[in-house]
Design a protein around this ligand. Structure first.
Ligand SMILES: *[C@@H]1O[C@H](CO)[C@@H](O)[C@H](O)[C@H]1NC(C)=O
Ligand SMILES: *[C@@H]1O[C@H](CO)[C@@H](O)[C@H](O)[C@H]1NC(C)=O
Ligand SMILES: *[C@@H]1O[C@H](CO)[C@@H](O)[C@H](O)[C@H]1NC(C)=O
Ligand SMILES: *[C@@H]1O[C@H](CO)[C@@H](O)[C@H](O)[C@H]1NC(C)=O
Ligand SMILES: *[C@@H]1O[C@H](CO)[C@@H](O)[C@H](O)[C@H]1NC(C)=O
Ligand SMILES: *[C@@H]1O[C@H](CO)[C@@H](O)[C@H](O)[C@H]1NC(C)=O
Ligand SMILES: CC(=O)N[C@H]1CO[C@H](CO)[C@@H](O)[C@@H]1O
Length: 490
């Protein structure tokens, strides 16, 4: 009797352990650790070592404040990010950022498989969360420069500044085609004209590096001075009803494919590593639950092979109110083709739901494997396994003179003069060299924070002159070579 109950126990144990990795090869010299092995071999080998828990952990991106040692190790988290305005300390130096990111990275590296995290941040007009970073004009300004080469150089500069802080991933560019200026996030769009938005996807090879000759459409990041980019927000974010943010884009197939989709062709062709899903809906269906467009179009038709990431709590918004019927939301998002959840608030709920959906076979293991393969592909491709820890060697790139000069060039090229005076015979500009008074008007006139707009230090930007450095109004005042003697304020 004893031996049969032992058999039953063993069987039970085996069943319980059905999520244990199949590969029994010793980890010390596992193939995935060898950079000389081809990408496909490394991915396959690592996945053969992974348990369900380790796979699901890779699919979660947490806010830095939640990335405690306990959580990182217990849930085997694959990615961490800085939410809008989330900084190690106010005025943190690039060195302090590097140390913070490395601290979290070391937690990930100390887990069984030692899979490095990828750390993301909204660097949407320069490395805008970071004190003393170069702030470039917003996309709406860059669009009017009609200069894709300039935008590519801005991508290169931004990548260096982001790497200066130890970060490897940016949630940019926004390739929305803003069709209604009432949309509050219109400034994040290069243009209402999809052709201009398409040209400006040149920022992607700027951020990530140029795809090697002959390669097309594979996620690519050229090493330690480049960052993974993110085309967002897939798709139709700039086409919502009356410009209402994250609302419904009512459109037929021709409109969708002709206006909002074209820039995704360019982004994928140029090797964009990730795509972020939009909070908005298409014809009443939340994009986070849209299988036809995420899997059917982006993954199958455009052959996108990188990571599809949610927007923050985007999955919680599939059902209303926020967080309702969460099990269904997780199911719908994964079934639609989502690979990574940006979600800090409901970590244990998310992991429990996802695990349970897989164990109940409502989500096939093949879907989880597709997601994990994409995440690992990006991590291996960008050299994260070889270079997970950042050093301080790029610190002087943050806010460098060269980058500030590039920003000035962009500002000059983005200025738009709609009308110069009453008529061409009586132009108002240039202003006369000698004038007694000049009126500088408006709440933004003496406010660098306001002038920099949203996504500057914090999510919605800031007021005042304390946290941004730049050409201050007083410098016009004090400019000895100008003859303006009085400045008026409103
Ligand atoms: C659009 O906005 C309206 C008004 O706030 C809201 O009732 C509706 O649910 C929104 N639709 C979507 C798809 O978000
Ligand atoms: C959750 O959503 C599913 C699918 O829409 C639906 O069948 C189910 O009734 C919902 N459950 C609750 C509690 O709302
Ligand atoms: C995440 O961090 C924030 C800020 O520290 C905290 O308020 C929140 O409770 C944390 N959430 C979880 C799930 O740990
Ligand atoms: C800003 O960065 C530049 C270039 O790295 C550096 O020279 C300068 O000291 C920094 N300024 C502040 C206030 O940190
Ligand atoms: C800006 O700095 C000044 C001088 O240090 C201080 O008095 C003021 O409160 C600061 N303003 C903000 C918004 O932090
Ligand atoms: C001061 O005026 C001169 C001549 O107009 C100009 O070249 C220079 O850029 C100005 N400096 C500043 C800080 O505005
Ligand atoms: C499913 C769930 O609990 N969602 C919650 C996630 O966190 C946000 C913000 O804390 C809540 O509002 C949601 O209800």
């Amino acid at each position: 009797m004893r031996s049969s109950s032992y058999l039953l126990q063993t069987l039970g144990l085996l069943l319980l352990c059905c999520t244990v990795a199949a590969n029994k090869e010793p980890l010390e010299n596992a193939k995935y650790k060898d950079p000389k092995e081809p990408l496909g071999v490394r991915i396959k080998n690592l996945m053969s070592h992974m348990t369900l828990e380790e796979k699901i952990g890779q699919m979660v991106q947490l806010e830095r404040a939640n990335a405690t040692t306990e959580v990182m190790k217990k849930y085997l988290i694959g990615s961490v990010f800085s939410g809008g305005g989330s900084v190690p300390t106010p005025y943190a130096s690039p060195e302090a950022w590097v140390n913070m990111v490395n601290e979290i990275q070391k937690k990930a590296l100390s887990t069984r498989l030692g899979i490095p995290i990828i750390y993301g941040i909204d660097a949407v007009h320069g490395h805008n969360t970071v004190y003393n970073a170069t702030i470039f004009p917003h996309n709406i300004g860059l669009g009017v420069t009609r200069d894709p080469g300039l935008v590519k150089r801005i991508g290169e500069a931004t990548a260096l500044e982001v790497r200066a802080t130890g970060i490897q991933y940016v949630f940019a560019p926004c390739i929305a085609v803003c069709r209604d200026p009432r949309w509050g996030r219109c400034y994040e769009s290069y243009s209402e004209d999809h052709k201009i938005v398409q040209q400006m996807t040149e920022i992607i090879p700027g951020l990530q590096g140029d795809l090697p000759f002959g390669q097309k459409g594979v996620p690519f990041v050229a090493g330690k001075t480049k960052v993974a980019a993110c085309a967002k927000h897939f798709v139709g974010d700039g086409g919502t009803l009356r410009g209402m943010n994250a609302n419904n884009t009512v459109i037929n197939t021709n409109g969708l494919l002709g206006i909002h989709m074209p820039a995704y062709y360019d982004a994928v062709k140029k090797g964009v590593a990730t795509v972020m899903v939009s909070y908005s809906s298409i014809n009443g269906l939340k994009m986070h639950a849209n299988k036809k467009l995420i899997t059917g179009f982006l993954k199958n038709k455009l052959k996108f092979r990188g990571i599809v990431i949610s927007d923050y709590l985007g999955v919680d918004q599939i059902n209303t109110p926020l967080g309702a019927n969460y099990s269904h939301s997780v199911y719908a998002a994964i079934t639609a083709g989502l690979d990574m959840f940006m979600d800090s608030s409901n970590l244990t709920k998310l992991i429990d739901e996802l695990t349970s959906l897989v164990k109940r076979k409502l989500i096939p293991m093949s879907r989880i494997d597709d997601a994990v393969k994409r995440i690992l592909r990006v991590k291996f491709t960008m050299g994260l396994f070889e270079n997970p820890i950042a050093d301080h060697s790029l610190a002087n790139q943050l806010g460098s003179k060269e980058h500030r000069e590039l920003a000035r060039e962009a500002v000059r090229k983005s200025l738009v003069l709609l009308k110069n005076g009453e008529n061409a015979d009586k132009p108002l500009l240039p202003l006369p060299k000698k004038a007694n008074k000049i009126l500088v008007a408006g709440t933004h006139a003496d406010n660098l924070g306001y002038q920099c707009g949203g996504w500057t230090i914090t999510w919605q930007g800031l007021s005042g002159n304390n946290l941004t450095i730049g050409t201050h109004l007083s410098s016009i005042h004090s400019n000895e070579s100008s003859s303006y003697s009085t400045l008026g304020f409103l």
